[in-house]
Design a protein around this ligand. Structure first.
Ligand SMILES: [Zn+2]
Length: 682
């Protein structure tokens, strides 16, 4: 990625130059990219609306000189040339029929039997031969990075949701088990309720291995022609890749093929809805980073489908870029302009934003890229989640996806710094903890752990009832099927509560969230409870327990996959912050609370000479006071703030207290959504 080994905010624009507007588009790129401060051009080929489906080799051969011309022109400007074929298997059919182009091609067949007309199965010999020849032509242009799209997967090949269960896949599987198996038999075994059927593992292993072989084929093809080219991988969120048995390290190493590997985590939010949805962005960066080999080079994916301000404003586009650099990515890929040949200057605000914001993003990137450690509570992800997930009766294939995602986003939206690496406090949502061995669970239980109802149920199954203070817990069910409850009373003063401090239960699906009935052991302490219409306390809602391993546990009877809407409120933030303080024995890594506002999303990184603590305001209302609470061994000598100009300015008027290793900083200038508040403590 390096251009003169410069460290800063690297901009990579992804752009298509269709045949009919090639010269105009190229001319505009030559004149505008330096103005937009773009460092790298990733040329997309045969893209979106005007894709031919499976690519024609004659068409591509004829297009190749144009790629070489782009590369030459970019070289003159010092802009790196990379390449992004729009498909491998294909994203979606779009009415194309691959069979007319490539007779004998086998297309994807879904778990439900639906068949793609254009998206190809990775076992199809016809597809493999065509793809190898096409990738040779691409590789002859010797791009810096050859990007593999996230259609390198076995789900979301529109119109097919999950598969492949084509004749080739079924033959492969039948050979594995030594008998002829039908798709219906296999799908019903994979999605059987309760303890996973042994065929599930066999199928996930088989699928995972086929995909490893497929990416190896792509990398070997490219490297035979252009050994210096690096491969890049766009992915679709590790929670989803669980259901196709992806083994990340083997998969990534096969694709890297001995060269540095690039990684493009999705930032979601392809079109704009509301600010709080940006909480997905850092989550995706962190969980994808956790899965990839350590030295992978990240270039996040910021995309504004369908490529005008009607889909996404330049402000939201900027915020996604700022999130990328704040959470430690060195580069952003930008899919901002359409692929039909329209001038980039149709949307002038994007180019202007890119240029205007570069100084700010450069400094942010520089300081976040230095050697150091991100800190926060630990969230869980495991690539084996779909292997061990227990499904209910009549489950569909989709339910194999790793759960607990909305719990993780709740932590992100409540001003709690978090990460996927080891920490003294773990937050476990859903069934993911099933994938961890007893020893690891025991170690988590000997520190601080937060469990939702589902995770608590898994630990009881695994024999840890005594360590979490719960005799029994039922599966979550809809609240009003248990009783006519009114609200949650958050009353325990040790955790920041008081009598009649109520939070609504009118949230979740049909305003009827899922909770579990529970029987507690002696020694548990109730933090909040469900109350009836007379405000009488009935069932525990959140409670704490200290176990014989020396660990601290907090459990909610909520199924946090429901967390949305009214779940979030100022008291919820206080409740979660107090829980983190207790679980961490008074040493939280970072909690951020807007005194009069909502949705703080924060991060912390400790480097050798400084600590960065920052926060995004994910609401439209500005905050007039922002409080940072964090474990720190002293009062910082200086605290500086990153200005919009990209310079640090000293803050002299901060209220700053240190009490028992806990630092509290009160920032009283306005913080609004336009840019993050970034503090450097040294
Ligand atoms: Zn297949």
């Amino acid at each position: 990625m390096s251009k003169n080994n410069r460290v800063g905010a690297w901009y990579s624009l992804r752009r298509t130059l269709p045949l009919w507007s090639f010269e105009e588009n190229l001319k505009e790129l030559i004149s505008k990219l330096p103005e937009y401060k773009v460092d790298e051009l990733i040329v997309k080929v045969d893209t979106e609306e005007f894709s031919h489906g499976q690519i024609s080799l004659d068409w591509l051969k004829a297009y190749q000189p144009k790629l070489l011309k782009v590369k030459t022109e970019m070289g003159k400007l010092g802009i790196v040339y990379s390449l992004n074929p729009w498909i491998t298997h294909g994203h979606r059919d779009q009415g194309r029929n691959a069979g007319t182009q490539l007779p004998g091609i086998i297309t994807v067949v879904g778990a439900d039997g639906m068949e793609c007309s254009c998206c190809a199965c990775s076992l199809s010999g016809v597809w493999r031969r065509n793809t190898v020849e096409a990738w040779k032509i691409y590789a002859e242009t010797k791009p810096q990075v050859m990007w593999v799209e996230d259609d390198i997967r076995t789900f979301n090949h529109g119109p097919v949701s999950f598969g492949c269960f084509c004749e080739l896949h079924m033959r492969h599987f039948s050979n594995l088990v030594g008998q002829k198996i039908s798709r219906e038999q296999l799908v019903s075994a994979i999605t059987a309720p309760g303890e996973p059927h042994p065929w599930r593992k066999l199928f996930l292993d088989m699928q995972g291995q086929i995909m490893i072989n497929t990416v190896s084929m792509l990398a070997k093809t490219v490297h035979a022609v252009s050994p210096e080219t690096c491969m890049g991988l766009m992915s679709s969120g590790p929670e989803n890749h669980c259901l196709e048995g992806r083994k990340w390290h083997e998969f990534a190493n096969a694709l890297a093929d001995g060269r540095p590997l690039y990684s493009r985590p999705p930032m979601g939010n392809y079109s704009e809805s509301n600010l709080r949805d940006l909480s997905y962005c850092p989550h995706s960066i962190k969980v994808t980073r956790y899965c990839m080999p350590e030295h992978s080079i990240e270039q996040t994916e910021v995309e504004n489908f369908a490529f005008t301000q009607y889909s996404k404003s330049s402000i939201i586009t900027f915020l996604q870029m700022a999130i990328s650099f704040a959470y430690g990515s060195p580069a952003v890929t930008m899919n901002l302009f359409d692929h039909m040949g329209t001038s980039m200057e149709l949307i002038q605000s994007y180019g202007k934003m890119l240029a205007d914001k570069k100084p700010f993003l450069n400094t942010l990137a520089q300081y976040m890229l230095n050697e150091g450690r991100f800190k926060g509570v630990r969230l869980l992800h495991d690539e084996k989640s779909s292997y061990c997930k227990k499904l209910p009766e009549k489950a569909c294939y989709r339910e194999l996806t790793e759960d607990g995602g909305s719990g993780a986003l709740a932590v992100e939206r409540l001003g709690i710094a978090n990460d996927f690496n080891a920490s003294s406090v773990t937050f476990a949502f859903g069934q993911t903890i099933r994938a961890y061995p007893d020893e690891t669970i025991k170690s988590m239980l000997s520190k601080g752990i937060f469990l939702d109802a589902v995770a608590a149920g898994v630990l009881i199954e695994r024999g840890f009832a005594g360590e979490i203070g719960v005799e029994s817990i039922e599966k979550p069910q809809r609240l009003y099927s248990i009783g006519p409850f009114s609200a949650e009373e958050y009353f325990n003063p040790k955790f920041g509560g008081y009598d009649k401090k109520f939070m609504t239960m009118l949230w979740g699906r049909d305003l009827n969230p899922s909770v579990s009935k529970i029987r507690l052991m002696p020694g548990t302490e109730i933090i909040s409870a469900l109350v009836d219409a007379d405000a009488q306390r009935q069932n525990p809602m959140f409670f704490s327990f200290e176990n014989a391993l020396g660990g601290r546990v907090v459990i909610t009877v909520l199924e946090t996959t429901d967390a949305a809407g009214g779940f979030f409120n100022p008291y919820r933030l206080e409740q979660f912050h107090n829980i983190v303080v207790w679980l961490s024995r008074g040493k939280p890594d970072l909690l951020v609370k807007p005194e009069n506002g909502a949705y703080p999303m924060c991060w912390r990184k400790d480097c050798s000479n400084y600590t960065i603590a920052g926060v995004f305001n994910l609401s439209l209302d500005p905050w007039d006071k922002t409080v940072f609470t964090m474990e720190f061994d002293r009062i910082p000598r200086t605290i500086k703030r990153l200005n919009p100009s990209g310079r640090w300015s000293l803050l002299n008027n901060l209220t700053c207290n240190l009490d028992g290793g806990l630092l509290r900083i009160e920032y009283t200038e306005t913080v609004d959504f336009h840019e993050p508040l970034v503090l450097m403590l040294s």
